[in-house]
Structures are given as C-alpha cells and as structure tokens.
Design a binder for this molecule. Structure first.
Ligand SMILES: CC(C)(COP(=O)(O)OP(=O)(O)OC[C@H]1O[C@@H](n2cnc3c(N)ncnc32)[C@H](O)[C@@H]1OP(=O)(O)O)[C@@H](O)C(=O)NCCC(=O)NCCS
Length: 175
C-alpha cells in the first residue's frame, strides 16, 4: 500500500463547521501571502449554494479545507488548502473528489472555474490533473502584490469528478 493510500484511509471528509474556523485561519495564514479573513469564510459558509468541506483526522484534527460556490450555473472553486506538513499525500484530492461528487448530485454536466497565481505551480498542476485548462490571464489580480492570475475552467460533460476520469474542458477567487 502506498503512503498516500494509508493517509487517505485515515482522513475523513465532512462539511466545514464554524468551529473549524480558528484552525482554518492558522492554515490559511501559513498558505497564502494574502489570506482570506475570517469574515470571508463565514460569508461563503452561510451561502446555501456553497460547498465547504473539511479534511479531518479520525480525532477531528483539521488537515485541510475547500470552499466552492455556485454563481448562476458555474461553480467557482474559491479556496483549497492543506496543512503544509501534510501535503502531497492525496488530501486535496479527497476534497476535490467530494466537491465533484456533491456538485454533480443532480446533474453530472457542470462547469467549474477558478483563479490561481501564475507562480503557484503545484496548484496549477493539481488542477490540470482534474481537467482544468487555462483560459487566460487576469492582470494584477492579486491586490497585495499585483501578481497576475491564471483563469482556469473545467467543463464536465461525462460525469465523474475523479482525477484523470473526465474530459478536459473549456476553459475564477481573489486573495
Ligand atoms: C495545492 C494544495 C492544496 C495541494 O494539496 P495536496 O494535499 O498536497 O495535494 P494532493 O496530494 O492531493 O495532490 C493531488 C495531485 O495534484 C498534483 N500536485 C499536488 N501538489 C503538487 C506539487 N507540489 N507538484 C506537482 N504536482 C502536484 C499531483 O498530480 C498530485 O497527485 P500525485 O501526488 O498522485 O502526483 C497544497 O499544495 C496547498 O495547500 N498549497 C497552498 C495553498 C494553495 O496554493 N491552494 C491553491 C490556491 S488556488
């Protein structure tokens, strides 16, 4: 069994809870140069159209989280982050798999978009594995340092939210 599979077996994906937010803010501040505020998480979690997920240990320790909101007919993947020491063990994959599963409950044909820093190579690679494709640049999108954002889209025509199990699609979260 690979290390990833061992870790994944110990990780539970559940709905993000307001009680998770103090730990979310710790991970968020470590992960991003312009972290979301607590209020931004509270706002997204209050929307019925949002999918907000937590990856936790069996003892309910927070390993990572994901926030995705639906606007009109497009899902906006707004935030995904994993505790630095626990990266590259398949935790974001579990969060994304559940996001695809939940967003495709009623109709598998869904559209997804996101924005990511041009220098965030690991995140871009991860999104590409999931079928996201670049669809342009938003110049000076990130207010704190003026970095450009890569806009990515994934249009699911076949169902499935599994890495490698869907068609590449046509192909936006400000920090
Ligand atoms: C991006 C991030 C969420 C990935 O989380 P993770 O749990 O480490 O990702 P996973 O282990 O599930 O990786 C899934 C796949 O994505 C790709 N990937 C993830 N990190 C990668 C890296 N550093 N380099 C290359 N590919 C990577 C791989 O294809 C990986 O599958 P593999 O390990 O079987 O090859 C994590 O690096 C993170 O929290 N970064 C800081 C926050 C951030 O930048 N979020 C994205 C904002 S847009």
């Amino acid at each position: 069994m690979t290390m990833n599979k061992e870790v994944q077996k110990k990780v539970l994906i559940r709905e993000l809870d307001y009680e998770d937010l103090p730990h979310v803010m710790v991970i968020e501040k470590q992960a991003f140069t312009s972290p979301w505020s607590l209020a931004m998480f509270v706002l997204e979690m209050s929307k019925p159209s949002s999918i907000c997920l937590a990856a936790v240990s069996r003892r309910n320790e927070l390993y990572g989280y994901l926030v995705c909101s639906r606007y009109d007919d497009v899902w906006h993947l707004m935030n995904v982050s994993v505790e630095a020491d626990l990266r590259r063990k398949g935790i974001a994959k579990l969060l994304l798999d559940r996001m695809f599963e939940l967003s495709q409950r009623d109709d598998e044909k869904q559209k997804y978009t996101l924005e990511v820093r041009l220098t965030n190579v690991s995140a871009i690679k991860m999104y590409e594995v999931y079928g996201f494709r670049s669809a342009g640049i938003r110049r000076r999108y990130y207010k704190n340092d003026g970095e450009d954002a890569l806009i990515m889209w994934y249009v699911c025509t076949t169902g499935e939210g599994q890495a490698g199990g869907h068609e590449p699609g046509l192909l936006g979260q400000r920090r």
